[in-house]
Design a protein. Structure first.
Length: 139
């Protein structure tokens, strides 16, 4: 699977599953999220009062699963919080449904993260075997 095919597969799905590490209890935490693909990068947003904010602050390592029928794409990497107001503003303009969620007083709760993939694991058929490659090695 090539880079563009992976991006299309992920962007066609409404939900991916983000796994983080909760260092306080030494266990993973997984939740469904909507991911956005903007100018070649992968993003997600959240309220600044969720548990994942603290988890990502203490350990930015993540794994994200995108699954449909017998196909799976798993990204392994880390995240960085996007603090640049202009990027946040452009992002909210590009995704009006987020602007509606984070309008008015809720705007200060808007927190944006960029996903930095390091490895991709793909299971593309019923062989039940992952093919792994470094993200930067994708064509």
């Amino acid at each position: 699977m090539k880079y563009n095919d992976i991006i299309k597969f992920m962007s066609d799905l409404e939900v991916g599953y983000l796994a983080t590490i909760n260092k306080n209890v030494a266990r993973p935490s997984v939740r469904p999220l909507s991911f956005q693909f903007y100018k070649g990068d992968i993003f997600f947003s959240t309220n600044n009062d969720t548990s994942k904010i603290n988890e990502l602050a203490s350990c930015p390592a993540v794994e994200i699963l995108f699954r449909q029928e017998d196909k799976q794409v798993r990204l392994v990497g880390h995240v960085e919080q996007v603090m640049d107001e202009s990027i946040q503003g452009n992002f909210l303009k590009e995704y009006p449904f987020l602007s509606q969620i984070f309008e008015g007083e809720n705007r200060k709760k808007f927190t944006l993260f960029r996903v930095i993939p390091e490895m991709v694991k793909m299971m593309l058929n019923d062989e039940l075997k992952y093919v792994e490659t470094q993200w930067d090695d994708l064509e």
